[in-house]
Design a protein around this ligand. Structure first.
Ligand code: NAI
Length: 722
């Protein structure tokens, strides 16, 4: 054993290197691995006379998990040179093994992502076990990084610049083993672990000497080098593809990948590899990678591992669920549950409605089948699990209920009263309400401690987040069961306390009203939309308002005003209110469903921003009167500031829930790592963020007022972390 790599050698001279970090459940490129690899490379070189070939495999469930993100997130800009030296040393060791002249085979027994696939790339032959859930690829870009362990340099030489960029690097695509074979990422697929090793040995037996294609005389890069006319002609299209992907938002990784690939393709292997290391270190020391690693990796892991799940309750599995209401949401929820193997009774007021709800699943499956993502057998199995009905008696034996009828408190209460005696006596009762208090809906059910909010997002099959809402009387057992149910259907749960708009609807509301307020200030609507896109939001702000309808904020505002005044508070109107009122009352423009809103619609399709906006709301603004940077930051700041308030008020109970909920639920830009990580990563940290909030407050109003918790964090110089 050499640290994290086990060396075994048989009497035919085949060395098996088993990656097996004794201190972790998965192998990563931590310091121990780097030391072990160096020692292994030394030994291979020293003993090469006695070695016939090398098999690299792993003793863990995954082949190799990739870079050590804990080490990566800790690299400071001032550590850049030492980090560069370490990366270069690791790559030299891989290169020594690669150029030994002996056949080296990767027996990929599980997922090989990022650094894991980079090790496999340094092998002459790659065989992957076709294991359920295994993924192969270089997803670094999704964490704001690039594959700096030789991944760019080798995929470019393996597949050519175009395929390497489009199939592997720019999107960070993760392939199941068979798809990886088709994409040219592995040479062979094995059906069993034994077959995996047999195939690996067969390669060694057939190749007394082995080199990489790029180290072989006469090697030509597939598709040619960038000076080749055909490739040269297609290169200018790449920056445009990247711009389209990032919409001008500050994502440095796709651009760095592009540069490393294209520059590297014209250079010799060693120089290209060094160029790749330079770009990698630039990204790794930058703020965006740290943000994305924090939000998309550490926080997401914490959330999924159950940070907010009450402890002391044994895990439960739902076998049969009643979905009430087969409309847009109910149909989607039924599909998600059936996909996870749960029996679903889909109930609506008529058989016809219920059947239509089931047809939605059939439609999704037909598309999946056409794209090769499912089989006829799996489709039929899934559909057989959904029973559409209008008969209450069919709900007998259900151990969970998810209600998605119209957004009407009396109807919802009545529906629960009807079903509570039909389903299993201890069934978990969940409502998918988007705005109504859970505590109110639980009134009238016999076991309010078993009642919980389960807020899905539309479209349910695509949206990964579910917001679990704890009402005043929700018990911990119900909360734990709701958590388990969300994990069972393979979604990500955040847990919030009952309050108006919960977390997600409340905070996305700030974003939308900020955009609408800008229109009221006379800012061209196109600039408002552009600012949202450049800030990194996936949806444009005014189009989102149109989707939700302009009548919704009016209704919510009225309810909030009444509630505030009833509680003795003072109601302050928002600058967006006047714009929305004029749009609805003066111009009859209520949003997409009404056929006209901030946009015009032709046959239900968005046609363009309504020209009347300029006429009725536009003002002559002096150039630079409202800086474009302010437009972007106003959207990000209103959301981040209110997220801090949600934490302060106890609506949110953890930073991880805040970051993950904002990233996966409401489209807070990915480069920030989430609404609270945005504050941590802002220039100057929380103190810098606070100073900027004060500026925005002076210029645009009290909604930018920093709350006490933010002031405290800024004063202590303490980031938001759990
Ligand atoms: P929808 O109008 O598409 O569907 C509601 C369905 O409930 C209809 O098919 C209706 O026939 C059925 N229904 C009415 N009374 C019923 C009863 N007594 N028993 C069984 N079914 C009955 O509405 P949608 O959009 O699916 O929304 C449903 C719920 O989900 C609402 O509470 C809504 O606020 C919430 N929600 C909606 C989201 C969205 O994006 N549309 C997002 C998250 C939550």
């Amino acid at each position: 054993m050499t640290g994290t790599i086990r060396w075994t050698q048989d009497d035919t001279g085949v060395v098996t290197l088993t990656l097996d970090d004794p201190r972790q459940s998965a192998n990563t490129m931590n310091r121990d691995f780097q030391t072990s690899l160096a020692a292994v490379a030394d030994r291979l070189v020293a003993e090469q006379e006695d070695i016939r070939g090398v098999v690299i495999t792993s003793a863990k469930k995954t082949f190799f998990a990739g870079g050590d993100l804990r080490e990566l997130i800790a690299i400071r800009p001032e550590d850049a040179e030492s980090a560069f030296t370490a990366v270069e040393a690791l790559k030299r060791d891989l290169r020594r093994i690669e150029t030994l002249g002996k056949p080296v085979v990767a027996a990929i027994n599980g997922s090989a992502l990022g650094g894991g696939y980079e090790i496999a790339l340094a092998c002459h032959h790659r065989v992957a076990l076709d294991a359920e859930g295994s993924k192969i690829g270089l997803p670094e870009v999704t964490l704001g990084l690039l594959p700096g362990g030789g991944g760019v340099t080798r995929t470019v030489r393996l597949l050519g610049v175009t395929d390497a960029l489009l199939k592997v690097l720019v999107q960070g695509t993760q392939y199941p083993p068979r798809a990886a074979l088709e994409a040219g990422l592995v040479h062979e697929v094995a059906g069993t672990p034994d077959e995996l090793l047999v195939k690996a040995r067969a390669f060694i037996d057939a190749h007394p000497v082995s080199r990489q294609p790029w180290d072989t005389e006469g090697y030509r890069m597939p598709g040619g080098t960038p000076s080749h006319p055909a490739l040269a002609a297609s290169l200018p299209a790449f920056p445009a593809t990247v711009r389209k992907q990032t919409a001008g938002a500050p994502y440095p990784a796709p651009r760095a990948v592009l540069a490393a690939a294209v520059e590297g393709a014209s250079l010799d292997f060693e120089t290209a590899s060094t160029v790749e290391s330079r770009y990698f270190i630039e990204l790794a020391t930058g703020q965006t990678a740290k943000n994305m690693i924090q939000g998309f990796f550490f926080d997401l892991q914490a959330v999924n591992a159950g940070r907010s799940r009450p402890s002391g309750h044994a895990p439960r599995t739902v076998r049969k669920v009643a979905v009430l209401g087969a409309g847009m949401m109910g149909a989607g929820i039924a599909y998600a549950c059936a996909k996870a193997g749960i029996e679903v009774v889909l109930k609506d007021v008529s058989d016809e409605n219920a059947r239509k709800g089931k047809e939605y699943s059939a439609g999704l499956l037909a598309k999946a089948l056409a794209k090769g993502r499912t089989t006829e057998a799996r489709r039929d199995e899934l559909l057989a699990r959904i029973t559409p009905t209008a008969d209450l008696a069919d709900l007998a034996g259900c151990d969970a209920v998810i209600e998605a009828v119209f957004e009407d408190p009396e109807l919802k209460q009545r529906v629960f009263q009807e079903v509570q005696h039909v389903v299993a006596p201890d069934a978990l009762l969940c409502s998918n309400t988007s705005t109504l208090p859970i505590t109110l809906l639980a009134e009238g059910v016999e076991r309010p401690d078993g009642f919980v909010g389960l807020h899905f997002f539309s479209p349910v099959d695509k949206m990964p987040l579910v917001e679990i809402i704890k009402g005043e009387r929700t018990g911990d057992e119900a909360l734990a069961r709701a958590f388990d149910l969300v994990r069972q259907i393979r979604k990500t749960p955040i847990v919030v306390n009952d309050s108006r708009g919960f977390f997600t609807s409340r905070v996305i509301g700030r974003f939308i009203t900020e955009g609408v307020a800008m229109v009221g200030e006379g800012i061209p609507a196109a600039s408002v939309e552009q600012a949202a896109a450049q800030a990194g939001y996936p949806a444009k702000v005014l189009s989102l308002m149109d989707e939700l309808t302009l009548t919704l904020p009016r209704k919510i505002r009225e309810e909030t005003r009444r509630a505030t005044e009833a509680a003795g508070g003072t109601w302050t109107p928002h600058p967006a209110d006047a714009v929305i009122d004029r749009m609805v009352e003066e111009f009859g423009r209520t949003g997409r469903s009404g056929g006209a809103g901030f946009y015009d619609y032709v046959d239900g399709e968005r046609a363009g921003l309504w020209p009347g906006l300029a006429e009725h709301f536009g003002k002559r603004l002096a150039p630079g009167e409202i800086p474009f940077e302010d437009l972007k930051e106003r959207m990000l700041f209103v959301e981040a500031l209110d997220t801090v308030r949600c934490l302060e008020e106890g609506v949110l109970t953890s930073v991880a829930d805040a970051n993950v909920g904002s990233l996966l639920g409401i489209g807070f830009p990915g480069w920030t790592g989430g609404a609270l990580q945005y504050i941590n990563g802002y220039t100057g940290g929380p103190a810098g963020f606070l100073a900027r909030a004060e500026e925005l407050r002076a210029a645009y109003g009290e909604r930018f007022e920093p709350s006490p918790l933010l002031r405290e964090k800024a004063a202590k110089g303490e980031p938001f972390l759990d």
